[in-house]
Design a protein around this ligand. Structure first.
Ligand code: FES
Length: 80
């Protein structure tokens, strides 16, 4: 399947999480830290740390808990 990330089309496999699909493409900057705005990315990979929060189709989701869906639109690095 195909997803769109920051305007770029990337391939993903059914059944994988968004975090894994992004990492496979080298996209590791998923959100920004609240105060310094420094890049943050996946850490626990089990829905606990919230470091992977990212915007998907207008919603804030944990990338490690979000299954990929064909046509989903992702905006990385903007949420704090
Ligand atoms: S990597 Fe920790 S909540 Fe997703």
């Amino acid at each position: 399947m195909e997803i769109r990330v920051d305007g770029r089309r990337i391939s993903a496999f059914a059944g994988e999480s968004l975090a894994v699909a992004l990492a496979a493409e080298g996209i590791l900057h998923l959100r920004a830290s609240p105060q310094a705005g420094t890049p943050r990315g996946m850490f626990c990979m089990m829905g606990v740390c919230q470091e992977c929060v990212i915007r998907v189709d207008g919603r804030a989701v944990n990338a490690c808990q979000e299954p990929v869906r064909d046509g989903m639109t992702v905006i990385s690095g903007t949420l704090k």
